[in-house]
Design a protein around this ligand. Sequence first.
Ligand code: SAH
Length: 338
Amino acid sequence: MKAYDFNLQQWQQWCTEQGQPAFRAKQIFAWCAKGVQPKEMTNLPKPLIRALEQMGMGGVRISEVHPSADGSEKYLYTCEDGHAMEGVLMQYQYGGSLCVSTQAGCRMGCRFCASGEQGLARNLTAGEMAGQLYAVTRLHGQRPFNHFVLMGCGEPLDNYENVVHFLKLVSDEHGMNISLRNVSLSTCGLVERMDDLAQENLPLTLCISLHAADDETRRKIMPIANRYAITDVIAAARRYEHRTSRRVVFEYILIHGVNDSVEDAKRLASITAGMRKHINLIPFNGAKNGFTAPDAMTIARFRATLEENHASVTVRRRIGADVEGACGQLRLKAHGRQ
Ligand code: SAH
């Protein structure tokens, strides 16, 4: 473990082992949450600073910044061992929201997504996820976001322990103190892990990448659909809603000619009927496997059909399209350059 991985309790233990008074733990934890290096931790004694330098921070460094015309900003991060992943800072009316990566690469292999194109390199540590928040905060001089979403590279529930540890770290009042009510976690629907997450009592919003309303279509675009039937995913979503009393969000990429018909919309409304849900439609972004986004009329018709069937619906704005905002695109490009 490295410094940015430690929670307060772990620092307390570490300070005891180092023969240091307990109050040092809070100091170190607060410094780490600012994303600083040991030599900047000005109120610590020299031997502690040296011990921290030996341990290493385990964060990430921003290696590229791509500002977009729409005000969003895309980042390429590099881990200490050279692995790359990415993030994007988006500006909404309610403030900034940072899209965070949870894995270098991804092993889910969704056919429309660039993140999984080269498979999974490795899981990110909790410190590397927190490090993304720290690096962007330092770049801006102050924290430019109140919200963050686990929607960057990777499948968060495929890196469950580290993701949960990370969420507890950054929501700690002695650390970054970000309310998990301002956090969304997006999953392709790993059913057992959704059940585990429901038991953690974290007040975050669970988003489920459904992307199809029948198994045959889903299997064509998401290999994970061979493991879990849509009925199992929806049942887990209902259990999650029941257990946490929190409204879940279904994400649905609209791909021309694949899943964008009125029948698809009706089926989507019917399989999620009776839930306090929200549906987020995401017009396909990028160019992959011949996929394209539907035209505006088709998107409007899909939305209207859902609304006629009493669903709350939004269509996601295209953010950062000019800087390759869709997950994994920038990382792939960086790979190509190596
Ligand atoms: N693995 C998680 C989070 C990753 S991506 C998940 O599957 O939910 C966050 C969202 O962006 C997911 O809904 C994902 O399916 C979607 N996405 C990926 N590639 C996309 C693309 N090219 N166009 C639009 N949405 C995309």
